[in-house]
Design a protein around this ligand. Structure first.
Ligand SMILES: [Zn+2]
Length: 446
């Protein structure tokens, strides 16, 4: 009897290796007809359109009355329905989920995908785990959005003082992991970027304690290597404008932009210089920040001119989780800053920095998209562009993802009502497609 469970267990393992369970239905050529397309470029909704999907890509888009022949192809009539590009959450942290075991992470990823999120950007974490997970997602054995992760760089005080860095570098000397690097003026920039790229990262993320001159040098090297450059709004000790002028592609957390205010001095508030702690966000007096001050105007003008994307994480401040926001980041000030940024022509991406709480079967990015509309920062159509085209740009995938265009990946969401009229239509998903593979089962919450 003793041997039987052993044999059974090894058989299960053998079967699992021989035939990994497909995480969704098989990809197949598909014709979507009579749909209203919202293509992610900001163009007005186009009714009566067909999308022909072949080999996981958008092969043709044309007016349905043209009745082009595609042979015996699987056809879905979407009369009365709306198609948008797959959503991008430009700011998630998956590593903490993975610490709780793969089951919880797989469930969270599945909920995101079935809720319409086809790509996420993870700006810091354990690249070993994230790259392995992305490998399974690409292979189709895990149902989830594609993960574009960062290799983080920070100053010595931050890297040595932050418990999250230590957790994400487990097994490696703190500061030396290629995905959580300590960086100083003495670092070999070319080597640092090469090591970051070796993790499979899509970008480099600057956190705290890297000055603007070093950010500029690393960003130049990163761009030459095909990596994006991502930064916290204030990396300290420099002001946000200096970081924008250093050439970064995306700035995270609207609240940090407040350090541009002439009445605040980030150099006097460098976190981690004295007491290493887990929460590096220094407080400021919100009364010292005016959204329309000359300093803030200059910052927003520079971001607009350079096309620096703002990953505002507005929902953290606006209503989702005020307790998670740093002191000083009042909802009123954040909404005013977001509106001022938009008026200056700054483009937004949609990141959340939090995972939807258990029981909330909708992906967390909907909170960010809805906050941007509710706080009158973006129109519903602009918010869709932020969450699709701009999200793909934030992740460095704009050539292949983010809009409904011929040749791009067939990542799309079919909605039962019009999100350009009511943004909450994003909660009413009929079908999600990623690389042409349909995901239409109800979310089971596991
Ligand atoms: Zn974050």
């Amino acid at each position: 009897m003793r041997g039987i469970p052993v044999i059974a267990a090894s058989m299960v393992i053998a079967l699992a290796w021989a035939a990994p369970a497909p995480a969704g239905d098989a990809p197949q050529d598909t014709l979507l007809t009579n749909a209203t397309l919202i293509d992610g470029t900001g163009a007005a909704p186009k009714p009566g359109m067909s999308v022909f999907i072949r080999d996981g890509r958008i092969h043709e888009i044309y007016a349905s009355h043209e009745m082009r022949a595609h042979g015996d192809v699987h056809t879905i009539d979407l009369r009365g329905r709306f198609v948008i590009p797959g959503l991008v959450n430009a700011h998630v942290h998956l590593t903490p989920l993975l610490g709780g075991g793969r089951r919880g992470a797989d469930g969270a990823l599945r909920r995101k995908l079935y809720g319409g999120v086809t790509t996420v950007r993870d700006p810091s974490g354990d690249a070993r785990l994230l790259a392995a997970l992305q490998g399974e997602i690409r292979a189709g054995t895990v149902a989830g959005p594609d993960i574009v992760h960062a290799a983080l760089m920070g100053g010595p005080d931050f890297i040595r003082g932050d418990a999250r860095v230590a957790r994400a570098s487990e097994g490696v000397a703190v500061g030396s992991a290629p995905w959580q690097q300590e960086i100083t003026a003495a670092s070999d920039v070319q080597d640092a970027v090469r090591r970051a790229a070796g993790t499979g990262a899509g970008g480099i993320k600057f956190y705290i304690g890297v000055d603007a001159a070093l950010i500029r040098a690393i960003t130049t090297e990163a761009h030459a290597s095909g990596l994006r450059s991502w930064a916290h709004a204030t990396v300290f000790p420099d002001r946000p404008l200096a970081v924008v002028e250093a050439g970064v592609d995306v700035i995270s957390h609207l609240c940090g932009l407040a350090w541009q205010s002439g009445e605040l001095d980030p150099a006097q508030n460098v976190p981690y210089t004295h007491t290493p702690r887990d929460d590096p966000r220094p407080a400021f007096d919100p009364a010292k920040v005016k959204a329309d001050s000359p300093e803030m105007r200059a910052l927003f003008a520079a971001m607009a001119a350079r096309g620096t994307l703002l990953d505002a994480t507005l929902a953290v401040y606006a209503r989702q989780n005020p307790a998670a926001a740093a002191p000083g980041c009042t909802p009123q000030l954040m909404s005013a800053l977001a509106r001022a940024a938009r008026q200056a022509g700054v483009e937004f991406a949609t990141g959340t920095d939090f995972i939807a709480p258990p029981g909330d079967t909708h992906p967390s990015v909907l909170h960010e998209i809805e906050s941007l509309v509710d706080e009158q920062v973006l129109s519903p159509l602009e918010a869709i562009t932020a969450a699709t085209r701009n999200g793909a740009r934030a992740a460095g995938l704009d050539r292949t993802h983010g809009t409904l265009e011929r040749g791009k990946a067939a990542n799309l969401v079919v909605l039962n009502s019009d999100p350009s009229r009511d943004i909450r239509a994003l909660r009413d998903v009929m079908l999600v497609m990623k690389d042409g593979r349909p995901y239409s089962r109800p979310v089971d919450g596991r």
